[in-house]
Design a protein around this ligand. Sequence first.
Ligand SMILES: [Fe+2]
Length: 444
Amino acid sequence: MNNIADAKQFEPIEEALSAVGYQVGFGNEFETEAVAGALPKGQNSPQRVPLGLYSELVTGAAFYAPRHLNRRSYTFRIRPSIMSAEFEPLDNVEFRTPPLDVPSHPGRLRWGPLSQDGEPADFLEGLTTLCGGGSPSLHAGLAVHFFRANRSMENRAFSNADGEFLILPQQGDLRIVTEFGVLEVEPSELVLIPRGVKFRVELKGAFARGLVIENYGHPWILPELGLIGSNGLANAIDFQAPVAHFEDEEVRTEVVHKHGGKLWSAYIDHSPFDVVAWRGSLTPFKYDMRKFVAIGSTTLDHPDPSIFCALASPAHEVSGCNADFMILPPRWLVGDHTLHLPGFHRNSVTEITSIMGGLPVINGVDLNGSVAVTNHWCPHGPDAATFEAKREASDSPEHINDLLLIMVETRYPLEFTRAAIDMKMGTPATHGGSAGYRKRFPNG
Ligand SMILES: [Fe+2]
């Protein structure tokens, strides 16, 4: 694979030659060049771009979007992206877009972690949709997909006009090559790929699995902090953007593009990862969820789970978000005469939760990587045995060790795929410990 090291006529930049470099700060204005002098000075569309590159703009927001929400970058690349064969439809029966096969369900559904068994599949081939709601054509809603891969994407790139990809590896390290540079990712890190940006997922081991949240709505932003103040939750400085890194390769490459709920395929005769320099605010990011600064009550009771919001896709201030992405990291639980558990509740938003890691294996059962979906206003809470144990437990401070949970909330009810229902763990009727709660009234 060619990169800066092969461009001997240029003076290489040390950072690009090292393993992987990053720039930091969510929503920042960045500029980066893999070859000294590749960035035009003082303008973005010079008559002749340095080094014979092409200037190409990628936008992620309306041209007139407010400055703090505007996202766009100029890429300076070896060839313009317009060079492509015609797109042809591509089948991928398990990577789906709403409307889905199975209507929205009012009970809880849960899936165990994906096994390592299965046909050879790269990241794209191994995407299996669980659930979704809304519509990419209406820029509303989301879908949740499992991914399971046992080989790297080779001579293949993917981009998505329907939604942003929030990739959550749960097992196996990844090297994600994007037009904007390379992200080295491990479980407990998340990756955010903007709409329309090409990327390729490589495995660093034999197997990888995890989740993908495909956001059809407002691009992810950091939530406002309100009375929390100017620090806390996911700090902007902890988001890492790649530095420019390019491949100057003449190799037949398939570009798979998702558009209108369908996959499309076209071929080009060179690597699409040929951006030698770029400048702007639209970029992929990675973020280490272990850096999340959790905030909670120090007196009694539980704040709403919105206190764990790391990324927000706003929609409506009353009926709810398009999507909120929450991180529940290892942390202290404190509170006088307070149940050290989330209590029983019914919420106006749908919840998707997943155990990313840190849960002890009990009786040979490993639920790390499992996912639960609770549609809106579906009652849920602790099972009877757990509730009884916590009801009698000391209210002394308690540390949650290692356990890393994520949760996504959305205002939309979620439908399911047939494939997801067929591999469902448990049944809606029996899951969730819906029996066994003691009646204590009126004696307490
Ligand atoms: Fe809940």
